[in-house]
Write a protein that binds this ligand. Structure first.
Ligand SMILES: [Ca+2]
Ligand SMILES: [Ca+2]
Length: 402
């Protein structure tokens, strides 16, 4: 690419950056906030406003919050990294992998999600480097041996439509799954087709890759061996759109969420239900029973709890701690702007999440919450995934068998 064009692309990317929704299996934007209101913080965000974080204390108090300062457990922003989302910890509880805004990514079309590449950084912002170098990347994850990563990219299908990672009717069909070494070298392609594949993660023992695949508009969960062999479909649901699967500590039960195609775009926000399912397709079990949005569940290392996203008053997206056994979830974030994409460190002491500095899913930065006091670490794993006790008069409908 000629340098003039390159500068033009970079300028365009920076201009659009504050309006982007970074997403991978993200719900669509509620109509009320579809017009991003991100302008004031745009320049700082595009430049990476690292000064917002105090260097004095590892857990500085949030300033200017609309809620009492002690409403949340201690929270800090990871400094020195650009806008990023969907961050996941490495086995060392220190390195992080995330889709990160990058001027070398293919820019998305206006008001659509994308424009990110896969980066690894440390949760103090001291070290950072890039894995992907072209196209658009989405979800990514560390192997437990911490020698390789898996990631989603359109890098080999850049002639296909760019699409929109946040709209199931427009998912990038050029998205494929890849494995790379920790330094981004030795990229190995796992899938080669014209379907959307993304929302990928690895079992704790490193033996399985689980992911979402969309064929003829239907999203289902699939698994394969960590070398890409033995690909097998897990769910066969026509209406339910499963995605963002993560393994529980037993290496065979998967936590996921699903919405219904028949409701998508009809009801805002899209109602979503949390499920568990064994990776052989059996024991599909409903875990939430209300008709609201229960989005982005991520399992705790204790194999019982999970963090996920609900919407509270004034379209405020907040992170909650749920229990696979049922019961009222515990609210973890108290912040007027968007909070989402929660994940937990393997030792259960830290929660990564994405917080907006203004606008709906835009100006997104990666934060860490000290959740060590919640007692959701691996010591709590009993060896069995708990059964659910549905609430009295649960409004959820019966779960169809596969
Ligand atoms: Ca399905
Ligand atoms: Ca919030």
């Amino acid at each position: 690419m000629q340098s003039v064009n390159r500068i033009g692309v970079m300028a365009l990317t920076l201009l659009l950056a504050p309006l982007l929704i970074v997403g991978c299996g993200s719900p669509d934007q509620p109509a009320a906030t579809a017009e991003g209101e991100a302008a004031p913080a745009a320049e700082e965000a595009a430049a990476g406003d690292t000064d917002a974080v105090s260097q004095a204390s590892p857990w500085p108090e949030e300033e200017g919050a609309a809620y009492p300062a002690d409403a949340e457990l201690p929270v800090r922003q990871i400094p020195n990294i650009p806008e990023a989302a969907e961050a996941y910890y490495a086995p060392d509880n220190y390195h992080v992998i995330a889709q990160t805004q990058d001027p070398d990514a293919t820019p998305p079309e206006e008001r659509k999600a994308g424009g990110a590449l896969t980066w690894i950084f440390t949760d103090d912002g001291e070290k950072k480097w890039r894995i992907g170098d072209r196209g658009q990347d989405a979800c990514s994850y560390f192997f437990p041996d911490m020698k390789r990563v898996v990631f989603t990219s359109t890098r080999d299908n850049m002639d296909m439509p760019i699409g929109n990672w946040s709209d199931e009717r427009e998912y990038p069909q050029g998205a494929e799954l890849y494995i790379a070494d920790l330094d981004g070298s030795n990229v190995q392609r796992l899938t080669d087709n014209e379907w959307y594949e993304a929302e990928v993660s690895i079992s704790p023992n490193g033996e399985w890759i689980v992911f979402g695949r969309q064929i003829d508009g239907k999203m289902d969960l699939w698994r394969m061996r960590s070398d890409g062999t033995e690909e097998e479909q897990i769910t066969f649901t026509d209406d339910w759109q499963e995605g963002a699967p993560f393994y529980l500590p037993d290496n065979e039960t998967i936590l996921t969420r699903a919405w219904k195609r028949s409701q998508y775009g009809q009801v805002r926000p899209t109602p979503m239900t949390v499920f568990t399912v064994k990776h052989d397709g059996t024991e599909r079990t409903q875990r939430t029973f209300d008709d609201t949005m229960n989005w982005a569940p991520y399992p705790a290392p204790d194999g019982r709890h999970y963090v996920f996203v609900r919407i509270v008053e004034d379209n405020n997206w907040e992170i909650f701690l749920g229990d696979l056994e049922g019961g009222e979830p515990k609210r973890l974030t108290y912040n007027k702007s968007f909070d989402g994409f929660p994940s937990l460190s393997p030792d259960g002491t830290k929660m990564l999440f994405t917080r907006s500095h203004g606008g709906f899913m835009s100006n997104l930065f990666t934060y860490v919450m000290d959740v060590s006091s919640l007692g959701i670490g691996p010591d709590g794993w009993t060896g069995e995934v708990p059964a659910i006790t549905p609430p009295e008069g649960a409004s959820g409908e019966p779960v169809a068998a596969r």
